[in-house]
Write a protein that binds this ligand. Structure first.
Ligand code: UN1
Length: 504
């Protein structure tokens, strides 16, 4: 028994989850904090996934007829449960994913925020009325519940991404089957417990509106290939999306893909460097570089390059790296050894490309021999090589210089990914150009803030190899519903559109 697993037991006790659920099974869960085993879960079989989808479909058939504001009531109750147990869930996120305390809590706050958003949305699932070309006719658009939504999430946002999908899916009248990352199954159990509490409080929700299936690739595949999964929402690597997208398309299902990012910050000569240093340090080194929105590239004007890089190096040298449960820590561990190896491979490749690496080494090895803490790396590059254009899920910040603004924009867009981007500049011409049609090609483009830490109110996602999906706020809900166009004739005649005559 380790202290982390004692703590897990205590937290699950407080949530009322029976011990067997998180201590028995063939899938071992390790905390990235010290590498010790903190729990076990039992993977589901493909047949069990199919059965879960069948149960979800039955729930959907009932739920789609429940008025949307009443569906919103369930999400309101889920938000209440999250508020009540924010500390518990936040700590579980820290123990299982290695996030520092404020980021673990921040992730739960993101869940609460999307619940609030979805509750309001439950009274705003608006369709349009459209002018008909025919007299005595009216056209309109209706939005109907879609079906079962399969949700596949990654380790780095183990709970918030489920909530983005589930809060919207539930108010839209859908049922959810969730496959969390095999690296973070415990937080999924906790979410399920909170969901079940909310459903019990609502009283008349159909059973199995939201379920969790645990396991590895075969479990995800069963979800991807099931024809009753109307929408498959998957967050993870571009490699994963390349497999999932065509498989879902082959059966004419809908896919919402949130894949890799290779997010850049441009720093212009007019930039407020104090803001830039703070914004870049949080976005590049925070969460140990393990957000899909983490800043991976810095494109800085030659006139401020030396000063900015010197300040960043100083800030990086002072970053408190360590146990994320300690309040002074800003940089926690990488998720596992594979992440560490991936980082070292990328740094070696960058060196081979002529890059100069500062930081990037393993730290705290004596204290945590089975965990992987690193000093975030700054890598000065002469050009944007293939290594830079590849997403490595670790705290590596590649630095590139520019002379002309057009060159900075071209570098920013010259990567396969298109998730997030930012510019630090006080020059209106530059910032507006950056946000224009000819500017950043990313789904997220920011001015004078970093690339990460988006609010839930906007649509979240990106284009190119990021996959094209949009989740969370704005009108992202439309992906979770189907659209029907209705034409109603309230006249006594039957005129045909386009002037066609067909008299019988
Ligand atoms: C992710 O890394 O998968 O914008 C999601 C952010 C968070 C969400 C990140 N709100 O950094």
């Amino acid at each position: 028994m380790t202290s982390s697993s004692d703590r897990i037991r205590h937290l699950f006790d407080a949530l009322g989850v029976p011990a067997g659920r998180f201590t028995e099974g063939t899938l071992a869960v390790r905390s990235p904090i010290d590498g010790t085993e903190i729990g076990r879960v039992q993977p589901h079989s493909a047949a069990e996934v199919t059965a879960a989808v069948a149960r979800a479909h039955a729930a959907f058939l009932v739920w789609r007829d429940v008025p949307a504001p009443r569906r919103g009531e369930l999400v309101r109750l889920l938000g209440e449960e999250l508020r009540k147990d924010k500390q518990i869930l936040g700590e579980l996120v820290s123990l299982e994913a290695g996030k520092i305390a404020t980021e673990g809590l921040g992730e739960v706050q993101e869940m609460i925020d999307i619940c609030d958003f979805a509750v309001g949305l439950s009274r705003q699932l608006y369709g349009l009325t459209i002018a008909s070309e025919r007299p005595g006719h009216r056209m309109m658009e209706s939005w109907h519940p879609l079906g079962v939504v399969g949700v596949i999430t990654a380790f780095n946002f183990p709970v918030a991404v489920w909530a983005w999908n589930t809060a919207l899916a539930l108010v839209c009248g859908d049922a959810v089957v969730w496959k969390p990352s095999e690296k973070t199954p415990l937080t999924a159990l906790a979410c399920q417990a909170l969901f079940e509490r909310a459903a019990a409080r609502l009283g008349d929700a159909p059973a199995h509106l939201s379920q969790v299936v645990q396991g590895l690739r075969d479990v995800g595949e069963a979800l991807v290939d099931d024809p009753r999964v109307a929408l498959l929402s998957a967050t993870g690597s571009t490699r994963m999306g390349r497999e999932v997208g065509p498989r879902v398309a082959r059966r004419f299902g809908r896919a919402l893909l949130e894949l890799g990012g290779n997010n850049a910050v441009i720093v212009a000569p007019s930039a407020d460097l104090d803001l830039a240093v703070r914004g870049i340090a949080f976005a590049a080194a925070g969460t140990a570089g393990q957000r899909c929105t983490s800043t991976r590239r810095l494109i800085v004007h030659h006139s401020v390059r030396e000063a900015l890089v010197a300040r960043l190096k100083k800030a990086y040298a002072g970053l408190p790296i360590g146990n994320p449960m300690e309040s002074s820590t800003l940089v926690g561990p990488l998720i596992d050894e594979a992440a560490f190896q991936g980082m070292q491979t990328a740094l070696a490749a960058a060196r081979a490309d002529g890059g100069t690496v500062t930081g990037g080494e393993r730290v705290l090895e004596a204290e945590f021999p089975d965990a992987f803490y690193v000093r975030p790396a700054i890598v000065e590059m002469a050009s944007q090589t293939d290594t830079v254009r590849h997403e490595t899920f670790a705290p590596i910040l590649y630095v590139l210089g520019y002379d002309e603004f057009a060159e900075a924009l071209a570098l920013q867009n010259d990567v396969p990914q298109g998730l997030s981007s930012a510019i630090f500049s006080n020059d209106l011409r530059e910032t507006e150009t950056f946000l224009s049609a000819a500017g950043s090609d990313c789904g997220i483009a920011n001015v004078n803030i970093g690339t990460s830490g988006a609010e839930i109110g906007g649509a979240f996602g990106g284009d190119k190899e990021t996959g094209g999906g949009r989740e969370s706020g704005s009108d992202a809900w439309k992906a979770y519903m189907r659209r029907a166009t209705n034409t109603i004739n309230y006249s006594r005649a039957l005129p045909l559109a386009q002037g066609v005559q067909f008299d019988v």
